[in-house]
Design a protein around this ligand. Structure first.
Ligand SMILES: *Cc1c(COP(=O)(O)O)cnc(C)c1O
Length: 396
């Protein structure tokens, strides 16, 4: 197999060596259940509490506001269903956006079958929500505003501080899905007036299947999982000690290197974007040019299918994605690009590259060489066969 050029870090990341090393002792040596009553259990408990305190301090929270979960999807489900349950007597209206991750969108869709009403705010062509539109959507029965911190497909960072201020002014809970943002850009839940925040370890060098939900103290969110008294009675299930230790280590490491990584990744990404825009014809860059995660570059290439580009990139050992990993396999073009006003036809030709500190300029140059070849051969085929059935959907 060719050496892999991994450009799909928004889908998942490798576990960092430091995180794996920290996890290892908790599988076979210190495997005690931290809820038990003996010395080795106390030690395991202490280790998870260290991780909780470390994570809390990274977002300006206190340790007792951090609840460990089974990942980003669970945190999103818990935040939204928990508030819906808690405030069902106050109201049944939820405000979110059209570009959320499916963990938020499908949860809201499920709630609308349970008698809740959901407003999906539009975004501009950069995928940005306007704080004014949030304020205008507020009604007396609004119980929750859920706006993602940064989008997983196009990288746009939303105006969280402004939305947080509006939510606080009206006394409405504000949840943000920060799965792409936590440990990648600085976050302060107090300054940004965030009430609930979701994060997931595998997006920042930790293991899969573990994450956390920040719940501002004083919010008595209903549990999602009932059972044992773990997580102060709010989230049942035997504590995932290795996962939590790995997540804590990865978070601390990511925070220590954040500024340096942001500089490195955005410089590498900007040079990559620049070359693609100037050397490949008929390409559109998606996402905000400045308010964007450092490692994400999303493009639409006209007259091609993103999936075909991916298959050919894969033959060169290059891993990228079209839209989000969670949506791949489905025929529909990205809901994020459609919401940003991209035509269905052009949205089909989208490819997302998400890079990290581990990628190099040599890799990016190789990707551009491959992309040029791939696009010219795919476009040649598409021009020979004339407009495809799909292109007719323009007139739908
Ligand atoms: C990956 C992702 C999720 C889901 O997180 P999991 O830990 O994989 O469940 C949710 N929201 C966003 C924005 C994501 O990128």
């Amino acid at each position: 197999m060719k050496p892999l050029i991994y450009l799909d870090h928004a889908a998942t990341t490798a576990v960092r060596k430091e995180a794996l090393d920290a996890m290892m002792p908790y599988f076979m040596e210190h495997y005690s259940n931290p809820s038990s009553m003996y010395q080795s259990a106390f030690e395991a408990k202490e280790k998870t509490e260290e991780a909780r305190a470390a994570i809390a301090s990274l977002i300006g929270a206190s340790a007792d506001e951090i609840y460990f979960t089974g990942g980003g999807s669970e945190s999103d489900n818990w935040a939204i269903k928990g508030v819906a349950q808690l405030l069902r007597e106050k109201g049944r209206h939820i405000i979110t956006t059209a570009i959320e991750h499916h963990a938020v969108l499908h949860t809201c869709q499920w709630l609308s079958q349970q008698g809740y009403e959901v407003t999906y705010l539009p975004v501009d062509s950069y995928g940005m929500v306007s704080p004014e539109s949030v304020e205008e959507a507020i009604r007396p029965d609004t119980i929750l505003i859920s706006v993602m911190y940064a989008n997983n497909e196009i990288g746009t960072i939303e105006p969280i501080r402004e939305i947080g201020a509006i939510a606080r002014k009206y006394g409405i809970f504000f949840h943000t899905d920060a799965v792409q943002a936590f440990a990648h850009v600085p976050i302060h839940v107090g300054e940004e007036k965030i009430d609930l925040l979701s994060a997931s370890a595998h997006k920042f060098g930790g293991p899969k299947g573990v994450g956390f939900l920040y719940i501002r103290s004083g919010i008595l969110l209903e549990p999602l999982l009932h059972g044992g008294a773990q997580e102060r009675g709010r989230r049942a299930g035997t504590t995932n000690v290795p996962g939590i230790v790995g997540m804590g280590t990865a978070a601390v490491l990511a925070a220590e290197t954040m500024q340096e990584r942001m500089r490195y990744e955005s410089a590498l990404r900007d040079a990559f974007v620049q070359r693609i825009l100037s050397e490949i014809p008929d390409v559109k860059r998606n996402g905000h040019p400045e308010q964007c995660l450092p490692g994400i570059a999303n493009f639409c290439f006209s007259s091609v299918e993103g999936e075909s580009v991916l298959l050919l990139l894969d033959l060169h050992g290059i891993c990228a994605s079209s839209g989000s990993a969670c949506a791949s396999g489905s025929e529909d073009p990205s809901h994020v690009l459609l919401a940003a006003g991209v035509s269905r036809e052009l949205a089909r030709g989208s490819v997302r590259f998400s890079l990290s500190q581990d990628n190099t300029k040599e890799e990016m140059d190789f990707v551009i060489d491959c992309l040029k070849d791939i696009l010219s051969s795919l476009r040649e085929i598409s021009h020979q066969t004339g407009p495809s059935e799909k292109e007719e959907t323009r007139w739908e």
